[in-house]
Design a protein around this ligand. Structure first.
Ligand SMILES: [Fe+2]
Length: 256
């Protein structure tokens, strides 16, 4: 079992795959990587990519069939860009959860942490929807101050890390931020965030071995819980670890 929680494999609905041929290549790559499931989390960005449910659904079914031929299970989803009215969009059926269950993948702007984030997540949780923050390591505010993510996680939200962040695809700064989040149990699932069949393909395997090396306990937790998340079951995340104090102590200790 290996689940890719984040990809743009549905063709022609966002800035991801631009054809069924590209989608086929991406799924082939995904199967080669050893993924058993891949979530088709097309962008939902108001004013830019607003998915039409009927178009998404019919294209999804075609992609799911292609996946079946390759032995990979394609799962419905969206990557929803945060706005103050997510609950309203959800209530009106304009946005939906992974596998139509209870977890919703949500992204923040890259450079900002909107003040209303915690409130919007709270409203969704009251409605029974658990937010999963997409690639927090790529958000400038969070990578500079992981306490922001610690608060979100302790409030009952989850977080998805991009495989490429751990393998250096976005540079060293993001790689280091990603490693810190993994060491602190601040992420709960992995996604390729695959957009095409080239550099941003559906790579995921190496990231799992990186996580196993950095934090074996978290690796085990992910392996045990990823299917439960897909099935919309409740999970109990590992407690957030405090690494800063420990490293200060060890530095003081080593000076003596
Ligand atoms: Fe994405």
């Amino acid at each position: 079992m290996m689940i890719d929680f984040h990809s743009h494999i549905i063709p022609n609905v966002d800035d991801g795959s631009q054809s069924f041929d590209i989608t086929k290549d991406m799924l082939k790559n995904s199967a080669l990587e050893g993924a058993t499931h891949i979530c088709a989390t097309s962008h939902y960005i108001p004013g830019e990519f607003e998915q039409q449910k009927d178009i998404y659904d019919s294209t999804f079914l075609k992609v799911k069939e292609i996946g079946q031929d390759m032995g990979i299970n394609v799962i419905k989803g969206l990557e929803v860009y945060i706005t103050p009215n997510l609950l309203e969009l959800y209530n009106n059926g304009l946005i939906w959860c992974l596998n139509d269950r209870k977890y919703m993948l949500i992204e923040l702007p890259m450079r900002e942490f909107p003040l209303y984030t915690e409130d919007v997540f709270y409203e969704l949780r009251l409605k029974g929807v658990t937010p999963i923050l997409a690639h927090p390591e790529r958000n400038f505010k969070i990578s500079n101050n992981p306490e922001i993510l610690k608060n979100l996680v302790e409030q009952g939200n989850l977080a998805q890390i991009n495989a490429g962040s751990l393998t250096g695809a976005y540079g060293n700064t993001i790689k280091e931020a990603a490693e810190q989040l993994v060491k602190r149990n601040l992420v709960h699932m992995v996604g390729s965030d695959g957009h095409n069949n080239e550099r941003r393909n559906t790579f995921i395997k190496k990231a799992f071995s990186n996580i196993k090396e950095l934090n074996p306990e978290l690796h085990k937790w992910i392996k045990e819980n990823e299917i439960n998340i897909l099935n919309g079951e409740d999970v109990s995340p590992l407690s957030v670890r405090e690494l800063k104090k420990a490293s200060l102590f060890s530095r003081l200790f080593s000076k003596k």
